[in-house]
Design a protein around this ligand. Structure first.
Ligand SMILES: Nc1nc2c(ncn2[C@@H]2O[C@H](COP(=O)(O)OP(=O)(O)OP(=O)(O)O)[C@@H](O)[C@H]2O)c(=O)[nH]1
Ligand SMILES: [Mg+2]
Length: 315
């Protein structure tokens, strides 16, 4: 493990991939790994990209990789699909689309799916981000699918949340419902080569105005960046918006607040999973069944039974 961690810290792709696989498989050496990585994390800018299916998140990610590489930054991408029990076609497609970057050792791309694991991606994704951060990537891009119903909260994971939209998909309404508008730090209006861009921009501006997040109101008013990701148009503007947001985060204690929020959900996730594992062991040993029978035959009330179960969990 020590050797793999050392090589991952040096930025070696195969070692990084190996560590992320260990997270996916809930390897028993994870606590040790986390300890070794700990003093190397906290430097990366974690950028989450979210938005309805097909708006161009992957294309935008690919465009960002090129632009950031052009500026000499090392970039990692984590494509997470909470809805898929295994790495399915959509993510594979994403990989193919990003193949332009395949030979660049300063770009690392990885798909993750929950595989029906306990705690799922909400548990695994922050650990994967820590690995990429420790491996020295300047920017970690996290692309998620399934806005609104996702078990994984990209907002919780990221320093900066980018909401991608495209004209003609009813996105405005959809996003508003999912509460995404309130959490966006940067809006991308993609597919600006399509009809209806102006309408979507106006919709967004109106919603921002009524939510009090337009210029002059909140401390950070989310910019709207217009792109044609498939032609790599709008990349410099998007990179600038991300940098400005990071600078704003760092100017106050906002970055600490966000990261504390992230760490809280991470710590709770790890504890909950340990608790659930312990409960499963106890259940498998027949202990819950025997308590249940005592409740049924009247020798124990359910609260006393739960109390006995908690005693078992403790120890
Ligand atoms: N016309 C046009 N098409 C685009 C643009 N950006 C992306 N596309 C196309 O839109 C389709 C979907 O793009 P993706 O990048 O896969 O979108 P996504 O949001 O990652 O999709 P999911 O991950 O499946 O939710 C692809 O066929 C892209 O080539 C754009 O700016 N203009
Ligand atoms: Mg995609």
């Amino acid at each position: 493990l020590q050797d793999i961690v050392a090589r991952a810290l040096d930025g070696e792709s195969r070692a990084i991939a190996k560590l992320i696989s260990m997270v996916e498989h809930a390897d028993p050496r994870l606590p040790k790994m986390a300890e070794m990585l700990n003093r190397h994390v906290g430097r990366a800018h974690v950028v989450g990209l979210t938005g309805p299916p097909g708006v161009g998140k992957s294309t935008t990610t690919s465009m960002l990789i090129s632009a950031l590489r052009g500026a000499g930054r090392r970039v990692a991408v984590l494509a997470v699909d909470p809805s898929s029990p295994y790495t399915g076609g959509a993510l594979l497609g994403d990989r193919v689309r990003m193949i332009d970057h395949g030979n660049d050792s300063d770009v690392f791309i990885r798909s993750m799916a929950s595989r029906g694991q306990l705690g799922g991606l909400a548990w695994a994704a922050p650990q994967a981000i820590r690995i990429l951060d420790a491996a020295g990537f300047d920017v970690v891009l996290v692309e998620t699918v399934g806005v609104g119903q996702s078990e994984i909260d990209v907002v919780t994971l990221s320093d900066t949340t980018v909401v991608v939209m495209a004209p003609g998909m009813g996105d405005g309404i959809q996003a508003a419902k999912a509460g995404v508008l309130e959490v966006a730090d940067v809006f991308v209006v993609n597919k600006a080569d399509r009809e209806g861009v102006g309408l979507l921009q106006r919709d967004l501006q109106n919603m921002l105005a009524t939510s009090g997040r337009s210029p002059g109101h909140a401390c950070w008013s989310p910019p709207i960046v217009t792109t044609v990701a498939s032609r790599r148009q709008g990349a410099p503007e998007l990179v600038a918006a991300l940098s400005e947001h990071l600078a704003w985060l760092r100017a106050g204690d906002e970055i600490l607040q966000r990261r504390a929020h992230r760490a809280a959900s991470e710590v709770e996730g790890i504890a909950m999973r340990a608790l659930q594992n312990r409960l499963n062991d106890i259940r498998n040993a027949g202990r819950v069944d025997s308590l249940a029978r005592q409740v049924v035959d009247g020798s124990l009330d359910p609260f006393s039974a739960a109390s006995a179960l908690l005693d078992d969990i403790r120890g």
